[in-house]
Design a protein. Structure first.
Length: 247
């Protein structure tokens, strides 16, 4: 005996019920986000390692939901939450073909956060450095022919912006070994649970076991699997921690 054909009106009523419940839960979450900001006064709004670790956990738990959909939904929820918590601004560099696709930024940070565009990576980085809650979205360091950017050397040993770190990849999902763009801020480095550490060297230093990602003059950028801590020196410094992509 075949299953009875479901009644379309009954299904639509159930969808409406679920939608209403979702909206009520979203409102509750936004209220909790506002309480978080009041509870952590003086602490940076954006905590990318916690965010990426949380999205990874959710994606693994939602076995029947595509990972990109989970990432997109939480990007919008986090965007609204961060906008409610404080004055976080995205400083987006328009330099380089990888950022021609605006959806790359929207996919990672949602639509609620204020955005300021800059004609060059150096301008975006400088504006972010002067903004206590700023996040710069820049082309990812890369070898030639893409590797025409050297902004990441400013984060390295002896650089002018040693307090900044590479903290997130764009896009968050996929199987690519290296991101198309990265997010940079003065937030502290912390593990998300599945990361690769970025180490900048100068003067010919080589990171044993590391993968060479970019070179500029006497600077080199290596990635190491896991969350690695090293003592900063005149020739080596950790400049970032990238969560592995959700794929």
């Amino acid at each position: 005996m075949s299953d009875p054909i479901p009644d379309i009106e009954t299904i639509r009523r159930e969808i409406d019920r679920v939608d209403t419940a979702l909206l009520q839960l979203i409102a509750e979450r936004l209220e909790l986000s506002a309480q978080v900001r009041r509870a952590k006064a003086g602490v940076r709004v954006w905590r990318p390692s916690r965010e990426d670790g949380h999205v990874r956990t959710l994606a693994r738990a939602a076995k029947q939901t595509p990972t990109p959909l989970v990432s997109t939904i939480w990007a919008e929820l986090m965007s609204a939450s961060l906008a409610a918590q404080g004055p976080m601004t995205l400083h987006v560099a328009l330099e380089g073909d990888i950022l021609d696709n605006w959806s790359l930024v929207r996919d990672r940070f949602g639509a609620a956060l204020p955005v300021v565009t800059h004609p060059t990576t150096s301008a975006a980085l400088a504006a972010c450095y002067a903004d206590a809650e700023g996040v710069a979205v820049l082309p990812a360091p890369a070898p030639p022919p893409r590797g025409m950017q050297n902004w990441w050397t400013a984060l390295g040993p002896g650089g002018a912006m040693e307090g900044m770190h590479i903290l997130a990849r764009l896009p968050r999902t996929g199987v690519a070994d290296w991101p198309r763009a990265v997010a940079v801020a003065t937030a502290d480095l912390s593990p998300s649970g599945d990361d690769e550490t970025l180490i900048c060297t100068r003067g010919g230093d080589v990171v044993a076991g590391g993968k060479l990602r970019a070179v500029s003059g006497d600077f080199a950028l290596y990635s190491m699997p896991g969350f690695v801590e090293i003592t900063p020196s005149v020739t080596q410094r950790v400049i970032g921690c990238l969560p592995k992509p959700l794929g």
